[in-house]
Design a protein around this ligand. Structure first.
Ligand code: ADP
Ligand code: MG
Length: 242
């Protein structure tokens, strides 16, 4: 399983991404170089240059950090986790941003533990990406509903917003590398999220209606630890998975 995880990642990164990454990073680099030359020439100097340069550097930084999420997880990072804790962390992390946008995040958390076997940081990144998109979609504020539950042997995490929705002709494009409708977007968040969830043998489903809102459903296989003490979140220590 771990081998499959690693192999498919290598193929994906090598095949589909290299050209796109090179292109997306070359644009801000070219612009940075231009401004440096202007400044070095001594003829022009303007505080604006530094602002533009900083925002170009920020862009490179966000692209690179999102792509880093695609690097292969270390085997010792794999563990059984109760996903409810990861979800609570995610909400805590984004709550201030939500409040700033006049948004209330309402979460309905399962009463029973939701065990998943995976890489905590990566799963957290998925929830952050999807919840952040929901916040960014709700310009006028409002409520975002987040819920997690067990259905049979599947864990369902649902994030529902009442934003503008995604037009049908754009639905197939989301998750494609660098597809974004945002001025400062990278268009990498969902691509990385799809990849991570896929590596965890799960899937992501999107339902969206224009002017009504968007629901993202992240489905992951339920995976109870053989012994409760094996898992973090139940008071036990973390052990490596062989
Ligand atoms: P980014 O957020 O950097 O644009 P993502 O991969 O996270 O990149 O999202 C890609 C695109 O999918 C967004 O630019 C947006 O057009 C669309 N999208 C994602 N989530 C939502 C949502 N909850 N509501 C409306 N549009 C969304
Ligand atoms: Mg995003």
């Amino acid at each position: 399983n771990e081998e499959l995880l690693i192999n498919s990642e290598k193929l994906y990164v090598a095949g589909q991404l290299a050209a796109g990454i090179a292109h997306e990073i070359r644009n801000p680099l070219t612009s940075l170089k231009g401004f440096l030359q202007l400044i070095a020439s001594g003829r022009y100097s303007n505080k604006n240059y530094f602002d533009i340069m900083k925002s170009e550097l920020n862009r490179i930084e966000s692209i690179v950090s999102e792509l880093l999420m695609l690097s292969k997880p270390q085997i010792y990072d794999l563990a059984h986790k109760d996903i409810r804790g990861i979800i609570k962390d995610t909400v805590t992390l984004l709550d201030t941003e939500a409040i700033l946008h006049n948004i209330e995040i309402e979460s309905t958390i399962s009463e029973e533990p939701l065990w998943v076997r995976g890489v905590e940081n990566q799963l957290k990144q998925v929830f952050i990406n999807v919840l952040k998109n929901a916040i960014e979609a709700m310009n006028d504020g409002g409520r975002i509903q987040m819920a997690c539950m067990l259905e049979g042997d599947r864990i369902i995490v649902r994030i529902e917003d009442y934003g503008p929705g995604i037009p049908e002709e754009q639905l197939s494009k989301i998750g494609q590398p660098f597809y974004t409708t945002k001025e400062k977007g990278t268009g990498l968040g969902l691509m990385v999220s799809y990849k991570i969830v896929d590596n965890h043998h799960g899937s992501i489903h999107v339902h969206s209606r224009v002017d009504i809102g968007t629901t993202f459903e992240i489905i992951l296989p339920y995976s109870e630890p053989a012994e409760r003490s094996e898992a973090e979140g139940s008071g036990g220590k973390v052990t490596s998975i062989n």
